[in-house]
Design a protein around this ligand. Structure first.
Ligand SMILES: [Zn+2]
Length: 308
């Protein structure tokens, strides 16, 4: 007897309810733009949390579900050496589908055409194209081309104009504030769904207290209506988040806080525990990331303790 006779596979598979296999009946995966517009209408910002492992992903999802708040799950191209897209991507998309709240899944700081295409094929609902290293007109031209290609596929696009300071997983970069005129040009010509701006925010750990230039943010807001994105959220004081949200920021990216929470969660667990125990460490990491994410979600939803 061959296998086809033994298992009437089409009937068998057809009899399974796809959604029941996934554990719930409604799908949480949604477009990024919708989250941002909803957040703006509510006077809050959507938190966008970068992940690099299953534990980080589980902690972030648990935080969103605990607070009943939609979020964006992200992974940055520069982190793929540690966390490959072909492994992380399907996990992130599946986590969003299974989530009890809406979640967008975004490929963060995409520069490589092949990887952007791979993220789209994996089911990501948004791409952030980082053309900030290009001359402005070239950045606008390439962003517009990508936005049109993505729009055909129902995928959103976040653009960046200006140069963020700090460390994007490589060398240090000197910050250049976003020029409000260039922001307006990008928003108008590219058709992007969201725009990342540089107003003194930086990636990685801030050296000293971050100093956001709200005058620049105000000028950008006056010239364009596109939802604005603040990268480098780790380390910005809660009151500055609140001001930025009031002045038109609709998405805030958090990465470093949760990478630190992962390492700290593991370190503290291993200090307490002499015998190696992966499962206990796994739970400690998930919990550490969950707590850090909840703190930020509350601030972005204007429910926060401003002591952060
Ligand atoms: Zn960023």
């Amino acid at each position: 007897m061959n296998i086809d006779e033994a298992v009437p596979k089409l009937q068998f598979w057809n009899s399974l309810d796809e959604h029941e296999c996934l554990g719930r009946n409604t799908m949480g995966l949604c477009p990024m733009k919708n989250l941002l517009l909803d957040a703006r209408a509510d006077g809050r910002a959507a938190g966008a949390f970068n992940v690099g492992s299953m534990e980080m992903l589980m902690g972030v999802v648990a935080a969103a579900e605990r607070t009943n708040t939609p979020i964006v799950l992200q992974i940055a191209e520069k982190r793929l050496g540690h966390s490959p897209l072909y492994l992380m991507g399907p996990m992130m998309v599946q986590a969003a589908r299974n989530a009890k709240v809406d979640m967008a899944v975004q490929f963060d700081h995409g520069v490589s055409v092949g990887l952007i295409r791979q993220a789209v094929e994996l089911g990501f609902t948004s791409i952030m194209f980082d053309g900030s290293g290009l001359p402005v007109r070239e950045n606008v031209r390439r962003t517009a081309e990508l936005a049109a290609w993505l729009a055909d596929k129902g995928v959103n696009l976040e653009a960046e104009i200006g140069v963020l300071g700090g460390n994007e997983g490589g060398s240090e970069r000197r910050a250049v504030y976003t020029d409000p005129e260039e922001a307006a040009l990008m928003a108008e010509k590219s058709g992007c769904d969201a725009l990342a701006v540089a107003i003194g925010n930086a990636h990685g750990h801030y050296k000293g207290k971050p100093k956001l230039n709200f005058a620049v943010l105000e000028e950008i807001r006056a010239r364009t209506d596109v939802p604005l994105v603040l990268h480098g959220g780790s380390g910005i004081p809660a009151e500055d988040f609140t001001t930025a949200i009031r002045m038109g920021v609709s998405k805030i990216n958090i990465a470093t806080v949760n990478f630190d929470a992962t390492a700290i969660g593991a370190r503290e667990y291993l200090r307490r525990q002499e015998e190696p125990d992966y499962f206990g460490m796994n739970e400690a990491i998930v919990d550490s990331v969950r707590k850090a994410t909840i703190e930020h979600i509350k601030i972005f939803s204007n429910e926060g303790d401003v002591s952060l």
